[in-house]
Design a protein around this ligand. Sequence first.
Ligand SMILES: [Zn+2]
Ligand SMILES: [Zn+2]
Length: 279
Amino acid sequence: MHSSPALQPGDLGGTWYAGGRSCDGVSPFRVRAYNDDFVILRQAGCTNYEKPFLYLVFGNDRALLLDTGAGNVDPVTPVDTLVRAWARRHGKATMPLIVAHSHGHGDHVAGDTLFAKRANTTVVGRDSSAVRAFFSVARWPSDSTTFDLGGRIIDILPIPGHQPASIALYDRRTGILLTGDTFYPGRLYVRDTAAYAKSVARLADFARHHAIAHILGTHIEEQRTPFKDYPVGTVDQPDEHVLDLTTTQLFQLDSAVQSMRGKFTRTLLADVTIWPQVP
Ligand SMILES: [Zn+2]
Ligand SMILES: [Zn+2]
């Protein structure tokens, strides 16, 4: 274990329940600050059953938004409000916004065109070559790199397998590891099994050598009851799993994945399901 300064604490809150089928009186995003400089947003279930999570992280010089939602909704307004409020609290006239993606699937990039029209905003491309170029990854996917928000370093790890442009982000300030659709409490769809096995091994190795406060993905599909998920397409999930996963659960996934030795079968673990997809 590296010696590291104390991690900045925060509050994940309790349930992240995203509401039922009706949008009456429902805000299109649930927004909760983990702490002053780290905000979590979740798209309401009534707008899209995927109910993805978005993450907004502030450094001294720029803010990073991870993902833009699943569409049928305006993500710019809530993010804009948050960025303006943060800038005001910190006495800054402007705050550049970088919009990157956990990966290129449609339920995480649908708001890109809206952000492209926003001033002072850079939208990173979706495919692996664009991601690699923007973050200056020397060798994809074996090399990690860093991105500096200004006094706040984010580690970027390529983790293809679910999707070719998948990345994980590690915030050294809070110790939060963002794993996208590669690892979350739900169905872990694996498109490229060889790449996924290597990526999960790389994530587990990273977690062994860094202080991890929480591991946060981009969906919740599991129920609170172990080994049970909500069926595909479920909107209303009143008894869903908590958002965060632990290193123990990541190491369990790594063990299960490595023991398959390239021959993936659908496998239920207590908090996730490994779900190979026919290419
Ligand atoms: Zn995905
Ligand atoms: Zn997704």
